[in-house]
Design a protein around this ligand. Sequence first.
Ligand code: URA
Length: 302
Amino acid sequence: MRTLKTLDRVLSKAGLGSRTEARKWIGAGRVQVNGKVIQTPDHWVDPGKDEVTLDGKAVRAAEKAYLLLYKPKGYLTTYKDPEGRPTVYALIEDLGRHVVPVGRLDLDTSGLLILTNDTLFAERIMNPEFKVPKTYLVKAAGVLGEEQMERLRNGVELEDGWTRPAVVTRLRNRENSTFLEMTITEGRNRQVRRMLEAVGSKVRKLVRTAIGPVRIGKLEIGKWRVLEREEVNALAGEDWFKRAKADDRPRAPRKPVPGGGGTRDARGPRKRQSGGGTGRGGGSKGDSRGRARFAGRPRAKK
Ligand code: URA
């Protein structure tokens, strides 16, 4: 089966840059297909047959990359910030490939962030249907009572609907704060912060310690490592890593979903709408307790 891809996608999948950048290069006439300049980003390409070049150099599909970064507080998960604030890309400069974060962490949240150039993998982890658990260490304002704890566990009403049941464990109380471990299976925008606000508290510090079975472990803040094959498989399904390396899993072009705002990969599940959540995963119980640190600015950069 022949797998067609749009020209901008071929360039971004080769790890040369984002799709937005690719569209600019195409528009500028720097890209040729079979020796002919093409200035339409949506031009269909058969990567197995067509010769694509950027500035005269052949473009080849990049190997799949799966990273785990310990994001420090004070870094954005976007590519560029109009205000010039640091982004996680400054921490992975040495990678030499374009990867994107799987979901996002707030500026003030630290902890585990997965980055990849495997869009199918990212979609699988983020799709709320798969309920990938994500575990956080939370320092909450005030000493929470049992009634507040139960509300967090059972689900609270936010402006975008009720949250799913969560696993919430009190680690310790301090004079005027509570340390909790929370595992949720959605990934809505600022979800943990909003949940705490809904029960009359406030997040003072937030660290993500695990996604599914993958834990931050002993990784130093500001540093990254490659995910193990077993970790990729545990997150996305047996043999995912092998198939990803064999590349390129056949994938039909995106089709509009009738009556819906999103898009659907012809083989995959429905794509997340804004405020969506996570995906399927292993059964982390967040046993990183005591190992993950509440993180400040980075001490070290890879
Ligand atoms: N929940 C939040 O409130 N913020 C994050 O960064 C992640 C989860």
